[in-house]
Design a protein around this ligand. Structure first.
Ligand SMILES: Nc1ncnc2c1ncn2[C@@H]1O[C@H](COP(=O)(O)OP(=O)(O)OP(=O)(O)O)[C@@H](O)[C@H]1O
Ligand SMILES: Nc1nc2c(c(=O)[nH]1)N=C(CO)CN2
Length: 187
């Protein structure tokens, strides 16, 4: 029997028996509590261990000034991951939340310190706006800590409805985003 060359799988999440495509997703990781690099590393390892996920690229690690966070907040380490997945967007979100929980994230105050934050930035050209998920991420286009690492690994990156990362980034203050060449997420 010859193997199918098409990148499709049966969609177990629908009753239609339809086919679900492989989509490229951009995820942003952040930590400003505890062993920050260890948290980012753990998140990437957990994504790598997800059968329906194939990692495509992981950015450098960036030390970033907190944005919209309470006075006196610690700097974040941030990174961006590019992956291919056959998961539905909500199942990918569930996986992201489970990875946050595995690293003991507490949600005590808005924008407060977090051991690990995993955000879905874009998933292919999917648009979502319901109680649990907004896609594209509604604040990604104004965040240097997302756009700088994303541009590094995906020069063609685009936020549907907003434009190319390479263009959007020109309107964003990226002065608080510094590449940490001494830190690395291992694959
Ligand atoms: N694109 C998305 N990525 C991740 N979580 C999302 C997204 N859209 C909606 N959410 C919802 O946001 C909730 C997480 O909110 P949380 O308080 O952690 O936001 P945050 O990450 O601190 O802030 P921000 O959303 O500004 O990055 C999740 O429970 C999830 O249901
Ligand atoms: N520098 C930086 N600032 C933030 C971050 C983050 O990851 N990095 N995440 C936030 C809420 O998700 C709010 N502010």
């Amino acid at each position: 029997m010859t193997e199918s060359p098409t990148p499709y799988v049966l969609d177990a999440d629908t009753m239609t028996g339809g086919m679900r495509p492989i989509r490229q997703a951009v995820l942003a990781l952040g930590s400003n509590l505890g062993d920050r690099l260890d948290r980012l590393q753990g998140a990437v390892a957990a994504l790598e261990d997800t059968p329906e996920v194939t990692l495509v690229a992981v950015s450098s690690v960036y030390e970033t000034e907190p944005v919209g966070a309470p006075e006196g907040s610690e700097d974040f380490l941030n990174a961006v991951v590019l992956l291919d997945t056959t998961l539905t967007v909500h199942t990918l979100l569930d996986r992201a939340m489970a990875i946050e929980d595995a690293f003991g994230r507490e949600r005590s105050e808005p924008n407060g310190p977090r051991t690990l934050d995993v955000d879905l930035i874009v998933v292919g050209d999917r648009v979502a706006d319901d109680d649990t998920l907004t896609l594209p991420h509604p604040r990604a286009h104004e965040r240097g800590f997302v756009l700088v690492p994303w541009l590094e690994i995906d020069p063609e990156g685009e936020i549907p409805g907003k434009g190319f990362v390479a263009d959007i980034i020109g309107d964003v203050d990226t002065s608080g985003v510094k590449r940490r060449g001494d830190l690395e997420i291992m694959l």
